[in-house]
Design a protein around this ligand. Structure first.
Ligand code: DGL
Length: 278
């Protein structure tokens, strides 16, 4: 791919949630360099409008490009639902047609056909992700026979971002949202965790989901899909540097990020603060 200088793979989320994706990606593909960018000062994105999520996500992608990334993963369902398509179709051709941005929804949806028996699935996510209809739209393209029911869970991300994911408050909201989901469709046999923050709530989600229901975090599938993408795109693969290093940037205070990120990662990190222009 002429015109590109090799660089790290960028991973973006509104906050900490994308770290659940990054850690799976690093497990699968430890040889590459990564830059994680968390827009913690403006998280959560879940209840923000389309325009604002798009604007913030585009800004983050441009920051990651300016740091040398040629390939950026939107490790955030809200950003994937509300900004990915516009960035791919309208912005990339202008910014740099050789660079690429990928999301987390498609890789998750691809596997669901092999998991559900009842052909009734549930998706839990932020209000933005559920209202966007992105999951039902993508599922219908691949598996028209599957019935998709979404449940917005607006309190789940704040519980995680505020370190309250083991509290009784978390039990209350998880039970409440899952009850609502199964009231809408009792035939659901698989639930997609359509938000990268939710793996931290996995134990409680399993506790309050009916017995035998599959609860599906997406990190593993996103990592598999990225590995496959790099195999199918050798020129992009050659433009990803291989030093096994990860840098972390946050738009909030570095110390705060370091402390909370340790909940998501099993390693010591030295994040840097990125100061946004506005
Ligand atoms: N982690 C993001 C997602 O996967 C949502 C977090 C937020 O609301 O900012 O949707």
């Amino acid at each position: 791919m002429s015109g590109l200088n090799p660089g790290p793979i960028g991973v973006f989320d509104s906050g900490y949630g994308g770290l659940t994706i990054l850690s799976e990606i690093k497990k699968k593909l430890p040889q590459y360099d990564y830059i994680y960018f968390g827009d913690n000062s403006r998280a959560p994105y879940g209840s923000r409008s389309f325009d604002v999520v798009y604007e913030f996500t585009k800004e983050a992608v441009e920051i990651l490009f300016s740091k040398g990334c040629n390939l950026v993963i939107l490790a955030c369902n809200t950003a994937s639902a509300k900004a990915l398509r516009t960035i791919q179709q309208n912005d990339l051709p202008k910014i740099n047609p050789q660079k690429r941005v990928l999301g987390v929804i498609r890789p998750t949806v691809e596997v669901i056909g092999q998991i559900t028996q009842s052909k009734h699935i549930g998706v839990v996510g932020t209000a933005g992700t559920i209202q966007s209809g992105s999951y039902p739209i993508e599922v219908k393209k691949l598996y028209p026979e599957i019935e998709v029911t979404g449940e917005p869970c607006p309190m789940w991300v704040p519980l995680v971002e505020n370190n309250e994911f083991e509290s009784e408050g978390a039990d209350y909201f998880i039970k409440k949202n899952l009850n609502q989901l199964f009231l809408k469709d009792p035939l659901i046999d698989s639930i997609i965790l359509g938000c990268t923050h939710y793996p931290l709530l996995l134990d409680k989600i399993k506790k309050y989901a009916p017995q035998g229901v599959n609860v599906i975090p997406q990190g593993h599938y996103v990592a598999e899909s990225l590995a496959d993408y790099l195999l199918r795109h050798p020129k992009m693969e050659q433009n990803c540097t291989k030093g096994g290093n990860t840098e972390y940037y946050t738009t909030e205070a570095a110390e705060k990020f370091k402390e909370s990120a340790s909940i998501f990662l099993n390693e010591e990190i030295n994040p840097k603060r990125y100061i946004l222009d506005k």
